[in-house]
Design a protein around this ligand. Structure first.
Ligand SMILES: [Zn+2]
Length: 100
């Protein structure tokens, strides 16, 4: 069932929402081929990039709230979020037989 929300969102829901927002606002990810480091473009400061890892981001939002659009975009790019194109956040699908 969909939410009539009075519950706070889970961290995964927040990250999925932020990843969607990153996409909508045009955040671009770049991987430095020499170091393997991730960088995400800043929306508020064109030309600026934030250094991201799977666990952190150097932007102020992450420092304050431990989450941000850049970090969530990296998680989405890594496939660490349940994140299908244009699909709203859904609960875990029932586990079927995926062996074939
Ligand atoms: Zn950030």
């Amino acid at each position: 069932m969909a939410s009539t929300t009075s519950r706070p969102e889970t961290i995964d829901q927040a990250r999925t929402r932020l990843a969607q927002r990153a996409r909508e606002s045009g955040v671009k990810l770049r991987v430095d081929v020499n170091t393997g480091r991730w960088y995400a473009t800043s929306v508020s400061r064109p030309g600026m990039e934030h250094f991201c890892t799977a666990h952190s981001c150097t932007c102020e939002g992450f420092i304050r709230r431990q989450r941000c659009v850049h970090h969530s975009a990296v998680l989405a790019a890594l496939g660490w979020l349940d994140f299908d194109d244009d699909t709203p956040v859904t609960p875990n699908p029932p586990l079927g037989d995926e062996s074939r």
